[in-house]
Design a protein around this ligand. Structure first.
Ligand code: V3L
Length: 85
């Protein structure tokens, strides 16, 4: 199901879209007023905190990225590490 909003995480020189399922989970948690959301991404558990708008690896808090909630039109490098042109 395509959402009105798209969630992004920061790469080295731009932003990546979350995969569709993760995006739906983030949107559901955010819309429900939850403080954060835990996701399994590429085999690793991450916490996305909606106050600081960051994604952090649960097993290594130094692995932190900014996230954003924006229109799907916002420029992205691709989806979940898969580049799109
Ligand atoms: N969805 C998918 N893979 C992720 C996500 C996510 N939300 N978060 C981290 N990873 P860390 P450039 C990213 C991957 O934060 O060249 C991109 O998707 C992450 O992949 O240290 O910097 C690209 O595939 C990384 O491979 O825990 O823009 C890649 O980085 C790994 O988990 C390079 O992107 C460790 O991330």
């Amino acid at each position: 199901t395509q959402e009105v909003y798209q969630w992004f995480y920061e790469g080295r020189n731009g932003w990546w879209k979350y995969d569709e399922r993760s995006n739906s989970e983030l949107e559901a948690a955010y819309s429900s007023g939850e403080a954060d959301c835990t996701l399994l991404l590429a085999g690793t558990l991450y916490n996305i905190d909606f106050q600081s708008m960051t994604q952090v690896r649960r097993s290594d808090q130094t692995r932190r990225r900014r996230v954003r909630r924006d229109t799907p039109m916002f420029p992205a490098k691709g989806i979940a590490g898969i580049k799109t042109d």
